[in-house]
Write a protein that binds this ligand. Structure first.
Ligand SMILES: CC(C)(COP(=O)(O)OP(=O)(O)OC[C@H]1O[C@@H](n2cnc3c(N)ncnc32)[C@H](O)[C@@H]1OP(=O)(O)O)[C@@H](O)C(=O)NCCC(=O)NCCS
Length: 147
């Protein structure tokens, strides 16, 4: 597997593939879908995707919350490609991006099942468990230097 991580443009063919993957991995199993307004509101976010050749195998979004904080969102890897380092590569790429753009901390809402994945990458739980998209979640945080 030869993985390439790219910053992808909003509204193009790669963005369409990103939404398809997010639906398949993060929404369809819960019987949920994305609202068009939600997707349109992501125009100002940073979209990163992992490619194995032409196949988009993973994605990650980053949303600036202020000058210091950037939120990591919608981390998803195709089921066939999980456990091969794609998620980790996406997180490391986005951390480099956050550092280069002057952000001092990264926050995220982790599904409880994904908490150990983020812990391995240095993220710490902040606060109590809460529910989002019907699932238990924890807020997590990492301060710079990220890598
Ligand atoms: C969670 C997810 C993004 C991880 O991506 P991935 O490509 O499968 O993970 P990687 O192969 O890069 O794993 C990196 C490390 O984390 C570990 N890891 C990955 N997922 C894990 C999990 N759910 N629980 C415990 N450890 C996990 C791996 O074993 C690996 O450990 P190592 O470095 O010691 O070998 C991916 O499995 C996924 O999309 N899951 C379904 C959707 C989801 O839960 N998204 C996150 C929403 S917050």
């Amino acid at each position: 597997m030869n993985i390439e991580i790219k910053h992808i443009a909003f509204g193009g063919a790669e963005h369409k593939k990103e939404i398809e993957l997010r639906y398949k991995v993060l929404r369809q199993p819960l019987g949920l879908n994305y609202m068009q307004e939600q997707l349109k509101a992501e125009k100002d976010e940073f979209h990163f995707a992992a490619f194995d050749g032409d196949k988009l195998v993973g994605c990650l979004l980053m949303k600036a919350i202020g000058n210091d904080e950037i939120k990591m969102r919608q981390v998803a890897v195709d089921e066939d490609d999980q456990g091969k380092g794609v998620g980790k590569s996406l997180v490391l790429f986005s951390e480099k991006f956050a550092a280069e753009n002057g952000f001092s901390h990264i926050t995220l809402h982790a599904r409880k099942t994904a908490v150990p994945f983020y812990e391995k990458l240095g993220y710490k739980i902040v606060g109590n468990e809460f529910t989002e998209v019907t699932l238990p979640h924890f807020k997590m945080k990492k301060e710079k230097p990220f890598v």
